[in-house]
Design a protein around this ligand. Structure first.
Ligand code: ADP
Ligand code: MG
Length: 239
């Protein structure tokens, strides 16, 4: 589903940190929001998820205005850098959790079927009976991803999902996250300060600084024609 931010504005203590930001992510596209620490990436993501209320502008999923809906009423999946799994639940229960909240609870057999289907897609079938403490960091991140997509969200949001992984796992999870996004066709945003991650995983990259998007382009276009010195400097030399 297409996602659109229209003049999105967010203030903290009366001061705007993001003002009139416009961004469109196409249906099935994966877009990177790339920029230095503190530029407003997470704030933007939290507003899309409905964790923060926007102070101005609109957030649209398809042609539906979501701006006034709380997080529970937006069909979004979020994956954070700290996996935020429920420690007392098994992996299967963690993945099933989003299906069992809300008014329309599917029958147990259907929940079970969906959990198995997602576990197969993400290659964690053999982990379903374990608890988070019995998993490696990479495995926990896979479970967090499974939980985020089990309801087939309209939009899938990643906030620095690889920041806590070691270099080898980070490489593996880069291609895994992209594979799963492509296989499911879910519209996604990846927030990162790591340009290699952004360029290697996404269809398009939006470069952000101080609450503004400076340029949105495909990785190739971005390297070929950065719009200004900040973008050129931030990108440095192509990897
Ligand atoms: P990023 O994710 O790009 O590192 P953030 O979106 O977390 O940046 O933060 C953007 C700006 O908003 C920063 O200046 C940060 O200090 C400020 N900020 C973020 N969250 C809050 C908050 N809850 N209260 C006050 N200021 C905040
Ligand atoms: Mg952040």
């Amino acid at each position: 589903m297409q996602l659109e931010l229209e003049n999105f504005t967010k203030c903290f203590d009366g001061t705007p940190v993001i003002e009139n930001l416009n961004l469109t992510v196409g249906d099935g596209e994966m877009l990177a929001l790339l920029g230095p620490s503190g530029c407003g990436k997470s704030t933007t993501l939290f507003a899309i998820a409905g964790i923060y209320r926007a102070d101005g502008g609109r957030i649209l999923f398809g042609d539906r205005d979501m701006s006034d809906l709380p997080s529970q009423r937006r069909n979004v999946g979020v994956v954070f850098q700290n996996y935020a799994l429920y420690p007392h639940m098994t992996v299967a229960e963690n993945i099933a959790f989003p299906l069992t909240v809300g008014k329309k609870r599917p029958p147990a057999a259907e929940v079970d079927r969906k959990v198995r289907e997602i576990a197969e897609l993400i290659h964690i079938e053999e982990l379903l009976a374990r608890r988070p403490a019995q998993l490696s960091g990479g495995q926990q991140q896979r479970v967090a991803l499974a939980r985020a997509i089990v309801r087939r969200p309209d939009v899938l949001l990643f906030d620095e999902p690889l920041a806590n992984l070691d270099a080898k796992l980070r490489l593996e999870m880069r291609s895994e996250i992209r594979r799963i996004q492509l296989e499911t066709g879910i519209t996604a945003i990846l927030v990162t300060h790591d340009q290699v991650e952004a360029m290697s995983m996404c269809d398009r990259v939006a470069i952000m600084d101080k609450g503004k998007i400076l340029q949105t382009a495909s990785p190739t276009q971005m390297y070929r024609a950065p719009v200004n010195k900040f973008v050129a400097g931030f990108l440095g030399n192509p990897p």
